[in-house]
Design a protein around this ligand. Sequence first.
Ligand code: MTE
Length: 306
Amino acid sequence: MLIRKPPAIPNSEITPEQIYRDRRRFMTAGAAGLATAALSPILQAGLQPDDTVTPESIVTQYNNFYEFGTDKSDPAAYAHEMTTDPWTVTVSGEANKTGEFAFEDIIKGLDVEERIYRFRCVEAWSMVVPWMGIPLKDVLAQFEPTGNAKFVEFETLYRPDEMRGQRGFFSSIDWPYVEGLRLDEAYHPLTLMVTGLYGKELPNQNGAPWRLMVPWKYGFKSIKSIVSIRFTEREPVNTWKQLQASEYGFYANVNPKVSHPRWSQASERRLPNSLFSSNRMPTLMFNGYEEEVGHLYAGMDLRKYY
Ligand code: MTE
């Protein structure tokens, strides 16, 4: 159901060898635009027959990471100025185990999986990306959230010395960048804490050393370079909602029927198609993951909770 796989092979028994075989297949075929239909079923939840893996050069050079500037090319140009080792994460709020943890200690012993996900930005462009990561649930459960924890809030590094976008007088963002999820969204098996791309370490511009990936939500939910995890009773106020609540909500589920006030969300531009291309594709409810996540929002008015 959640991550389709051959029923005969439980997740736990999928060997690294199988994952590597698949990886080698899409990496060698990548330049030619491999049809993702050729991949094993574990990698296919949400993928559509025409989806092909986006070239790595696009994924690592066309970025949103406002801490380094607002141009798509700024993160690739400047994110090397961010120090990612050592990396300390503060865990706080409604959990039994809180405090400061070294990044390596948090992920030690947790299995990294490879997942190919559709990725849809609120700006109406999209990609298909082979992420490497740890199910967020495995990361969070070790801190033993209490019964009061209904949400989890994340913060990005605040370090103006190394993040030139945080130094600007004219930046309207109240740093650090904040995002959050309901705890059941965070515990959903599709939600990943990403540590790599294309079988390699995560580049700084993509959110090293770890960033969130929630494939059924607009890309701004996928907060990068996380240094704080807080379990809360109340819904966190995320950066984009704080900036413009009439345009960006807390849920940010991909929804072709609810337009952004300034543009339609009914279709999308699949990179590397240019802005001027007429070749757009229809946007899918929950970005194609409706079967897996629709139940999380049963009975909710998705026009109100956008
Ligand atoms: N995280 C932080 N800290 N700062 C940002 O500006 N941008 C978001 C999200 N995470 C952003 C962020 C947006 S709008 C998108 S679309 C994705 O990161 C882009 O991820 P990518 O550059 O890896 O494609």
